[in-house]
Design a protein around this ligand. Structure first.
Ligand SMILES: C[S@@+](CC[C@H](N)C(=O)[O-])C[C@H]1O[C@@H](n2cnc3c(N)ncnc32)[C@H](O)[C@@H]1O
Length: 259
């Protein structure tokens, strides 16, 4: 069976955020993302690959002027329905994160991308688009499942003698590209994901002129820790804040002085 699109799973995804395990994940991750975004009041912010708009709404409640961008019309329908029910001034645009053709250069003070970079085929193009639409000195905050725990063939949860999940087994870390979980029920079993090693992720940021300012792996607490205690001992999420640095030569500069 071919992978589903986000249009096909939009209603299911929204339900899982409102009531299911994805909701527990959001409850933990989104405040951590907002912490790294910092003061957003009065700023122009893009919620990239916004889905049904959960992060966009949180940013708007903090006083930001938010544009949510996603390629899935059905996700955007849900996001617009939330906006109708509780008007916060968020606007939504259908666009591809890899080009952001609907947006002018230097349109935003900040771009947030929550748990979506692995849904987008071309990371380099996406990060260059992010850098293009940011003002000089603008910031980019993203969260992803740590690539060292979510690669093709993993995660496999390791259980102790009592059946309690105590660790994660990782396989095929170096196999970059599209993959799909064997278990069909979760998001990655339905739509799949694009795996890249951590070094590819970091070097792609560098090449796009996005300077890493902060990199965190917050230890899971609260209801997500009760639901999945394994995330008290291994990170469930990796969050980073980067800044657009103009005139930065990226890794090219490193060639100077090579023997
Ligand atoms: C896992 S969901 C995350 C949604 C949202 N950020 C959240 O926190 O709930 C991934 C989202 O990425 C979007 N997406 C996938 N490819 C995209 C692309 N090329 N451009 C824009 N959005 C894309 C999907 O439509 C989906 O809404």
């Amino acid at each position: 069976m071919s992978p589903a699109s986000y249009d096909e799973i939009a209603v299911w995804y929204d339900e899982r955020i409102r009531e299911g395990p994805l909701g527990l994940f959001h409850l933990f991750v989104v405040p951590e993302v907002l912490k790294l975004a910092g003061v957003v009041e009065g700023r122009q912010i893009c919620d990239l690959a916004c889905g049904q708009g959960a992060v966009a709404r949180r940013l708007a409640k903090r006083g930001a002027n938010v544009v949510g961008v996603d390629v899935s019309s059905k996700m955007l329908d849900l996001a617009r329905r939330y906006e109708r029910d509780e008007p916060l001034g968020v606007t939504y645009t259908r666009d591809d994160a890899q080009t952001l053709a609907a947006f002018a250069d230097e349109a935003f003070d900040g771009v947030v991308c929550n748990m979506a970079l692995t849904d987008i085929p071309d990371l380099g193009k996406t990060l260059r688009s992010v850098a293009r639409v940011l003002l000089p000195g603008g910031w980019f905050v993203f969260s992803i499942v740590p690539p060292y725990f979510q690669s093709p063939g993993s995660p496999r949860f390791v259980q102790d003698d009592e059946g309690v999940v105590s660790g994660i087994e990782v396989r095929d870390y170096f196999s970059e590209g599209f993959w799909r979980r064997v278990e069909p029920n979760g998001v990655r079993g339905r739509v799949g994901a694009y795996h890249r090693t951590l070094s590819t992720c970091v070097n792609s940021l560098v090449d796009a002129g996005l300077h890493i300012e902060n990199f965190v792996e917050p230890r899971v607490t609260g209801s997500l820790a009760e639901f999945a205690p394994v995330y008290e001992s291994v990170p469930a999420v990796l969050i980073s804040r980067c800044r657009k640095v103009s005139g930065y030569g990226g890794r090219e500069g490193m060639k100077v002085g090579e023997p």
